[in-house]
Ligand binder design. Structure first.
Ligand SMILES: Cc1cc2nc3c(=O)[nH]c(=O)nc-3n(C[C@H](O)[C@H](O)[C@H](O)COP(=O)(O)OP(=O)(O)OC[C@H]3O[C@@H](n4cnc5c(N)ncnc54)[C@H](O)[C@@H]3O)c2cc1C
Length: 430
């Protein structure tokens, strides 16, 4: 079987344009993030967003009828590798999480009315959204355990529950809330997604949770993660997104491509850290030589280069399988890149930070912030351990216990068989 990750020259030209914009406009803006409020960032991004639209690169993850390009996952992956180098880039290109995943769900299963009311302004960048699934009191790694309830009452649903880590919820105009609608159904049919306008009575956004990324999160900042109580929140029947009991199936649709985009963005981040490490090696002098001449640093550079290459090929392969054979054929590949990519990201940034010593630990370089972000990648989109378990299960399906309890490669057993098979040779030899 041949694999083909190539793209045509016209698309390569678009990638080159993206690289240039990220380097010359977005990275300088990123350095001002702590000094600018959201309005100022929006104003700074507005002209750039217009250029992105002119280039036909806005919200490229969607099909053409929703303003996207209908690019397959390989092309989207290559784009996300560039966007991953700068925290602001996904927003400038209309594909920042969680809006990108939410727009995918709306495009996939939204009714025409839901698309008009929520998807169109979301794609136009006029409103923001959040995805509200994880709960403090149930294991997010096993969403079949969700406890937030939605109960039908006439033409309405009434939602009660406690969520947290709903990214961007404190600045969102609407939330996609996952709630149990049939506790007695089989585990994967218990929950439903609802579109809940953020100003609905009973939606209580308690706080933005301080985190490793931002220990003293200021309320209402883009990129924060909110804790929310839903108290007798009433929504009409047409707030159901994609059918009652369908939340898990829809969530899988949302997460598959999203994980490829994440993994490629992580590679963009890892490359940035790698470039810093290599640059440092060329000028930092200690104990009689440059860092570049020390074997440990050489090992870090060589191992990082090999690991990034492996992660890149694995991710492009997963994207190619998705493009050519569909999402379910790519399931194991996608689970693999989640934990492999998150570890590569973490390890490359960690080595780069170490190679920079106190400068790496300081906020004079972006490495310390990148390191904190990288740590989260092992948790969100399903903790790495869950993906490892899923891959191991898929792999183990191809194996069975030996019928006689003897390992297939047991040498004495094989030798006994060989003695019979090749008795004529052995007889001649002796
Ligand atoms: C930066 C960030 C952004 C996020 N954004 C959102 C968002 O927008 N919306 C949203 O709903 N949620 C969001 N989350 C939450 C995220 O999806 C959950 O944290 C994640 O699913 C894990 O759930 P949990 O935190 O409840 O951990 P738990 O489910 O309690 O798991 C804790 C740990 O248990 C271990 N574990 C669990 N299962 C297994 C297993 N099968 N085998 C071995 N070990 C296991 C793992 O080490 C795991 O890390 C975000 C999280 C982060 C960090």
């Amino acid at each position: 079987m041949s694999w083909d990750f190539s793209t045509e020259p016209e698309f390569e030209a678009k990638l080159a344009w993206m690289r240039d914009v990220v380097r010359t406009e977005l990275l300088p803006l990123e350095s001002l993030l702590d000094e600018l409020d959201m309005d100022a960032i929006d104003r700074a991004l507005a002209p750039l967003k217009a250029q992105v639209k002119e280039q036909g690169l806005w919200a490229a993850h969607l099909e053409p009828e929703h303003g996207g390009q209908g690019y397959g996952q390989v092309k989207l992956g290559l784009m996300h590798e560039i966007l991953g180098t700068c925290t602001l880039a996904p927003a400038a290109f209309g594909c920042a999480a969680p809006d990108s995943g939410n727009s995918e769900i709306l495009a996939l299963v939204g009714t025409p009315e839901q698309k008009k009311r929520w998807l169109e302004p979301l794609l136009a960048g006029e409103i923001r959204s959040a995805f509200s699934m994880t709960e403090p009191d149930s294991a997010g790694s096993d969403p079949t355990l969700l406890v937030t309830r939605a109960v039908q009452d006439g033409d309405e649903w009434v939602i009660n529950g406690h969520k947290w880590y709903s990214s961007n919820a404190s600045v969102a105009d609407f939330l996609i809330v996952m709630a149990v609608t049939d506790p007695d159904a089989v585990s994967h049919a218990r929950a439903t997604m609802f579109i809940v306008p953020a100003d609905t009575l009973g939606v209580r956004i308690l706080r933005d949770v301080g985190s490793m990324d931002d220990p003293s999160a200021r309320f209402g900042r883009y990129g924060n993660h909110a804790e929310i109580r839903y108290e007798d929140v009433r929504v009409p029947a047409d707030a159901v997104l994609g059918g009652v009991g369908h939340a898990f199936v829809i969530a899988q649709h949302r997460l598959g491509p999203g994980r490829i985009h994440h993994a490629m963005r992580w590679l963009g981040q890892a490359q940035r850290a790698f470039d810093m490490m290599c640059e440092r090696a060329t000028y930092r002098y200690a104990h009689g030589s440059l860092l570049a001449e020390k074997q440990t640093i050489q090992n870090w550079i060589a191992d990082s280069a090999a690991e990034m290459q492996a992660a890149r090929l694995m991710t492009l392969h997963a994207a190619w399988v998705m493009d050519t054979q569909g999402a379910s054929a790519a399931r194991t590949d996608i689970a693999m890149i989640k934990y492999f990519g998150a570890k590569v990201l973490h390890d490359v940034i960690d080595r780069s930070l170490q190679a920079h010593g106190s400068l790496g630990y300081s906020s004079d370089l972006p490495l310390e912030a990148m390191y904190r972000w990288a740590r989260a990648a092992r948790i969100y989109d399903g903790p790495d351990e869950v993906h490892r378990q899923s891959v191991a299960r898929q792999v183990l399906k191809r194996y069975e216990a030996p019928r006689d309890g003897v390992p297939s490669e047991h040498v004495p057993t094989r030798r006994a068989v060989a003695h019979e098979m090749y008795a004529h040779l052995l007889a001649t030899d002796s």
